[in-house]
Write a protein that binds this ligand. Structure first.
Ligand code: UD1
Length: 421
């Protein structure tokens, strides 16, 4: 079992290039199946979830290589329709395989998707939409089976702008018969990235980044190359860490418009912010201020994926802050671990109240999900003494090299692998 050890008290300083986006890379890898040839993706992050996605593609007969920062997927030999439990593991993103495999093979079986335990995470919106597109679905204890003679374009009104459901519908619609309209679609930057890749492959998608996406089905896609955008959550995590360590950090490779809601909160905490093209610098104050209220919302609102890290940041702010989690119902688990480090956080349903304290202290704590793990890393950077974060594998699901990056910025941080005896 891997752990991360942090000795707090260092100011983070320096410039850092941000890894490619996890949430953009995963549906793009599923999208490669729709091209019966070669797709090359540059800048995919080297994280566990990407490796698992590649394993799924290999298990379907795709030829996959990952050299010099480029993932090459040749799907010409792909066949079958079955994603095994062993390949799917605990990864939520298996669900994207539904749209892509139905588009390619007209048939799919996936085990129920896993992922971080941050709430119930149903997939009813995905399934309702696929049914509307002429897919027959059967659910049993093992997973979900779907088949179709021909995916048919239609008008789909989403009851909630689910990111994954929007992506799954797009994947299914690209080679469907006719026009698909998604109303109340998710507007996350990762959706734009996916559509840009698919359009480069010959798809005909319009309106991505708005709440109405229109997809005209095409017969075939063709070979393409694409570079995955920078990860806005990794960027925001490092900027937040700079904010609370009296730091001065510049991130490269992420647009300010993609992290605007996070920067607004950091400004309220007293940070200086300098923006220049795809570079954003945050300068942390001597003492941070509390923030009255943060509400997590779909993009362009404050991202739920930054909620835990911001909670850690506010533990030592001057005053009381409130965070309201509106996206996932069970995403405050990390509060208890932060309290072990001296924080004063109370949770009442979807609301967390964080009373700023003078100083956190190091402790042995455990990550219980990916972003909660990152929050504990930030808390460790702020704390006096040594913090050990157990279950660090969660963090590796989303951050390519969090220890290396923070060390480069001046932190005292190490990854430790448990000795096998
Ligand atoms: C994606 C991101 C995740 C991020 C989330 C919200 C990826 C790989 N993951 O997850 O990092 O936290 O967006 O920005 O891109 N819901 C339903 N039924 C459904 C689908 C979703 O009720 O069929 C609910 C979920 O339980 C949740 C909310 O809708 O409460 C948001 O989920 P969704 O936007 O679908 O998130 P994911 O695609 O799972």
């Amino acid at each position: 079992m891997t752990s991360i050890t942090v000795n707090g008290g260092r100011c983070l300083k320096g410039d850092i290039f941000i890894q490619g986006s996890k949430n953009a890379a995963l549906p793009m890898l599923a999208a490669t199946l729709l091209n019966r040839g070669v797709t090359k993706l540059y800048g995919c992050p080297k994280i566990t979830d990407v490796s698992r996605m590649l394993d799924i593609l290999k298990s379907l007969g795709c030829d996959v290589s990952w050299e010099n920062g480029c993932i090459r997927v040749d799907t010409s030999g792909a066949s079958g329709h079955f994603v095994s439990e062993a390949c799917a593991g605990q990864m939520r993103s298996t669900v994207f395989m539904m749209g892509a495999m139905l588009g390619r093979f007209g048939e799919v079986f996936i085990p129920y998707p896993g992922g971080c335990t941050i709430g119930k995470r149903p997939i009813d919106i995905h399934l309702d939409a696929l049914r509307q597109m002429n897919v027959a679905l059967v659910e049993d204890r093992e997973g979900i089976y779907g088949c179709t003679k021909q995916i048919l374009g239609t008008v789909i009104d989403l009851r909630y702008p689910s990111v994954g459901a929007t992506e799954n519908i797009i994947l299914a619609a690209v080679t469907a018969n006719g026009k698909t309209v998604i109303n109340h679609a998710a507007k996350e930057p990762e959706i734009i990235d996916l559509c840009l890749l698919l359009n480069k492959m010959g798809a005909d998608i319009h309106g991505m980044g708005t709440e109405t996406i229109v997809i005209y089905g095409v017969e075939v896609l063709h070979d393409a190359e694409f570079t995955v955008s920078g990860d806005r959550i990794a960027a925001s995590t490092y900027l937040a860490a700079a904010a609370v360590t009296c730091g001065n950090v510049c991130i490269f490779n992420v647009w300010e418009r993609e992290i605007k809601s996070v920067l607004q909160v950091l400004a309220q905490m007293g940070c200086g912010i300098v923006i220049q093209n795809k570079r954003v610098r945050v300068i942390g104050p001597q003492m941070t201020f509390a923030v009255d209220q943060i509400h997590t919302r779909p993009f362009p609102g404050f991202p739920t994926d930054m909620q835990s890290q911001m909670m850690a940041c506010l533990t030592m702010a001057n005053g009381t802050s409130e965070i309201y989690e509106h996206v996932f119902e069970d995403r405050f688990k990390i509060a208890g671990e932060l309290n072990k480090m001296g924080a004063d956080i109370t949770v009442d349903h979807q609301k967390a109240t964080i009373r700023g304290i003078g100083q956190l202290h190091g402790a042995a704590v455990s990550a219980c999900d990916l972003r909660g793990g990152a929050a504990l890393v930030i808390a460790g950077l702020m704390a006096e003494g040594e913090t050990t974060i157990n279950n660090a594998f969660y963090v590796k699901r989303g951050y390519q090299d969090i220890c290396g990056d923070l060390k480069f910025l001046g932190a005292r941080i190490e990854e430790r692998k448990a000795q096998v005896v």
